[in-house]
Design a protein around this ligand. Structure first.
Ligand SMILES: NC(=O)c1ccc[n+]([C@@H]2O[C@H](COP(=O)([O-])OP(=O)(O)OC[C@H]3O[C@@H](n4cnc5c(N)ncnc54)[C@H](O)[C@@H]3O)[C@@H](O)[C@H]2O)c1
Ligand SMILES: O=c1ccn([C@@H]2O[C@H](COP(=O)(O)OP(=O)(O)O[C@H]3OC[C@@H](O)[C@H](O)[C@H]3O)[C@@H](O)[C@H]2O)c(=O)[nH]1
Length: 378
């Protein structure tokens, strides 16, 4: 039996390993697991997947990597699909219920022999044969995740359970896109992965932040109990082309407002901070995490930290120097500061963001101008 552990799992001490190995000749796997549990150590063997279809061993079978992307019609998901499709060894299956995503984001892949799109809600079970699962399905903008809070928490809890059940059944590796929101309104700054967070469990954001915390718990429980190969990314505020124009998040709001010559709505007090990551950097980090050997959780975000007033001033300077900046009321429980420590991503994945905010904003402006039909200098 395989007793492999990885860097981010509580690993048995040497005595325990010797103890378990010496007894493993006489004990069943279940007995070993119980002994390790009594010892307070975790059981991280990866069970072999069920036998694949005999067709996969046939002479002319092309052994492609079959990858499921849940939420693949959304903002980050569709960029991830673009990157995965560039590798001709990948077959990509997207499932999405189109709550915040759109088929339009994937239209370049319609009809491609290595691409499939399925209308499906992850709160329902799904049976597909895949090797990897990127589990992104969940509305990400606070406006949308609060719109139907019960559905959001169902998506996070039942949706993640269903995808873990699928991973267990077919032996797939699964990556969860968790969030910086698991740190809540952080009392530690900047945030590294060892921080447990400061979250209001009954607030209006808890369908999302507590939902993602439960999703992380489920990932680790399936890993410890069933040997599922897991990866967890804690994503910080990500922006870029293809965001919904009326998404409601701050970068898309300010860019759309600047292009339309409407006031930039800085929510009070305006001194709250965020760290903004360009979407191509994010996709690069997610793929490295999936392909690497660490479970995470690993922060993926750009450590450049800005107040919302600074962001508004930068958008004004770059996109529309005449636009007004207006202070408006904030929403409850808005975190006051967020900045990732990315040492783990750097050391374990060799990842760091490449696109600075001042370079990413104009790329997003071009995309928004095209979709809004408003050229520069009009
Ligand atoms: N963009 C960010 O700043 C950010 C930050 C932290 C975490 N994340 C996480 O990354 C993932 C993608 O975020 P995004 O910015 O692309 O958001 P998005 O809203 O653009 O994409 C989410 C996608 O999931 C789909 N979806 C939602 N509920 C579903 C359900 N029940 N069944 C099937 N599909 C469903 C939506 O239709 C959409 O296509 C989310 O899990 C989000 O929590 C994003
Ligand atoms: O028009 C606006 C919108 C938002 N804001 C402010 O901008 C800040 C960022 O708000 P956003 O709506 O972009 O989102 P947040 O950073 O709070 O959450 C984001 O990051 C973590 C992810 O998990 C979430 O999915 C994502 O929405 C907040 O302080 C908010 O008050 C404005 O000042 N004006």
């Amino acid at each position: 039996m395989d007793l492999s552990t990885d860097a981010c799992t509580s690993s048995p001490n040497n005595f325990t390993i010797r103890f378990v190995i010496s007894f493993s000749l006489w004990l069943t796997e279940e007995e070993i697991r119980i002994k390790m549990a009594l010892n307070g150590t975790s059981y991280t063997t990866t069970k072999p997947p069920p036998n694949p279809s005999p067709l996969r061993n046939a002479k002319f079978f092309q052994a492609n990597m079959r990858i499921l992307v849940t939420g693949g019609a959304g903002f980050i998901g569709s960029h991830l699909v673009d990157r995965l499709m560039q590798n001709e060894k990948n077959e990509v299956i997207v499932v999405d219920n189109y709550f915040t995503g759109s088929k339009d984001n994937l239209r370049q892949w319609f009809g491609h022999p290595r691409f499939e799109l399925i209308r499906h809600d992850v709160t329902q079970p799904l049976l597909v044969e895949v090797d990897q699962i990127y589990h992104l399905a969940c509305p990400a903008s606070p406006i949308f995740y609060k719109y139907n809070a019960v559905k959001t928490i169902k998506t996070n809890v039942i949706g993640t359970l269903n995808m873990l059940g699928l991973a267990k059944r077919v032996g797939a590796r699964i990556l969860l896109t968790s969030t910086s929101e698991v740190y809540g309104d952080p009392l530690v700054h900047p945030q590294d992965e060892s921080y447990w967070g400061n979250v209001n469990p009954i607030g209006v954001r808890s369908c999302y932040d507590e939902g993602k915390r439960v999703a992380e718990t489920l990932m680790f429980d399936y890993h410890r109990q069933h040997g599922i190969e897991i990866r967890i990314a804690r994503i910080f505020n990500t922006y870029g082309p293809r965001m919904n124009i009326d998404d409601g998040r701050v970068v898309s709001n300010f860019i759309a407002q600047a292009i339309r010559n409407e006031p930039l709505t800085v929510q009070s007090p305006g001194t709250q901070t965020r760290s903004f990551c360009y979407v191509s950097d994010m996709v690069d980090g997610l793929i490295r995490l999936m392909e690497g050997s660490n479970t995470g959780p690993i922060n993926i975000g750009n450590p450049g930290e800005f107040t919302m007033i600074e962001l508004a001033e930068t958008v004004k300077e770059l996109i529309n120097p005449k636009v007004e900046i207006r202070r408006v009321d904030n929403t409850p429980d808005d975190p006051r500061q967020r900045k990732p420590v990315i040492t783990k991503a750097n050391e374990l994945l060799g990842w760091e963001p490449k696109i600075k905010l001042r370079d990413g904003l104009p790329l997003m402006e071009n995309d928004f101008r095209q979709r809004l039909g408003i050229a520069k200098n009009t």
